[in-house]
Write a protein that binds this ligand. Structure first.
Ligand code: NAG
Length: 114
């Protein structure tokens, strides 16, 4: 009985982790394979809120990256599009903003454990 409960819990954890393939707040540079579809060089857009707003109102935008001076919009998600390294840019999938607080908390917990 104990084993089966643990199995169910693990399955639930793994399936949630598989769904939550979003990347929120990765620091690096895009790989160059999928260049930004739009580049805004404007310090007022170099924030999570402003750049995220632009992405959410741009039809083909799936992710975005920003520095203190730029907002970059991408038509691909962050997965496989960002090389993690020291950089002024931080990248987010658009879904990071759409997801509710509770979901994000669960995702953070899962990331912590895996
Ligand atoms: C992203 O945009 C570029 C440039 O318009 C286009 O060539 C490419 O096919 C698009 N990729 C996707 C996944 O929509």
């Amino acid at each position: 009985m104990k084993t089966s409960h643990a199995g169910v819990a693990l399955t639930a954890l793994f399936s949630t982790a598989a769904i939550a393939q979003e990347n929120c707040g990765l620091v690096g540079y895009d790989t160059g394979a999928n260049p930004a579809i739009l580049v805004y060089t404007d310090a007022t857009l170099g924030t999570l809120e402003a750049c995220g707003d632009l992405c959410s109102t741009t039809e083909t935008c799936l992710s975005f990256g920003f520095s203190t001076e730029q907002c970059l919009l991408y038509n691909v998600t962050v997965t496989d599009n960002v090389n993690l390294m020291e950089s002024p840019y931080t990248f987010y999938d658009l879904t990071c903003l759409a997801a509710g607080g509770a979901t994000n908390r669960i995702r953070r917990v899962i990331k912590f454990f895996f």
